[in-house]
Design a binder for this molecule. Structure first.
Ligand SMILES: C[S@@+](CC[C@H](N)C(=O)[O-])C[C@H]1O[C@@H](n2cnc3c(N)ncnc32)[C@H](O)[C@@H]1O
Length: 176
């Protein structure tokens, strides 16, 4: 039996926005996978780069975690606020509008349980900055690894992390 997507309305709205604006706000392929990973990590805090219209943030927040989500496009952040409010999840999400590296440099280091990269093609600098927010044993989830970017350099940087290459997505656990 197919799993029901609790936040299918946000995914649909994101795809419609993408069609209209061509702005590259592709929703993550499996929100439920993100929720399973956050729940397994018993995440209290999640840091996300790439809010778009709030699809992945909603899934993370649904596990009870508090989500710090970052996007440089204020239209996306505004629409994400609307969607999270509709699902009564606003209290579990802090929206940051601005350039990813700038915002990440203002967030606490070493305390997050999960960090999620879902900007466009991954950059080593973004993965480093997200990794810095994680506690030892925290989980890094990097999407879009097949889009190019710094994928090779990122694999090198995470060589001493437990990691699993799922193709489009890379999972890595920060060493203690
Ligand atoms: C692939 S979409 C994110 C999809 C979202 N996680 C979801 O599941 O619906 C990428 C988003 O990242 C944002 N973005 C890309 N690069 C960024 C950067 N360097 N700083 C801040 N936001 C960025 C874009 O504006 C876009 O909204």
């Amino acid at each position: 039996m197919p799993i029901r997507d609790t936040f299918a309305d946000i995914k649909t709205a994101t795809l419609a926005h993408l069609d209209e604006h061509g702005c590259g706000c592709y929703p993550y392929s499996s929100g439920s996978l993100l929720a399973v990973l956050a729940a397994t990590a018993r995440a209290g805090t999640v840091v996300e780069l790439g809010t778009a219209l709030g699809y992945s943030a909603a899934w993370f927040a649904s596990t009870g975690a508090h989500v710090h989500t970052i996007d440089r496009d204020p239209t996306h952040t505004g629409q994400a606020r609307h969607h999270l409010a509709k699902h009564r999840l606003t209290g579990r999400v802090t929206f940051h509008t601005g350039e990813g590296l700038d915002i990440l440099s203002t967030l606490a280091t070493g305390g997050a349980d999960v960090a999620f990269f879902d900007g466009y093609a991954p950059t080593a600098a973004a993965v480093d900055a997200l990794g810095a927010t994680l506690r030892p044993g925290g989980l890094l989830i990097a999407a879009n690894m097949t889009l190019g970017g710094d994928a090779g350099a990122i694999h090198g940087r995470l060589a001493d992390w437990w990691h699993a290459d799922l193709g489009e997505t890379l999972l890595a656990v920060k060493p203690h």
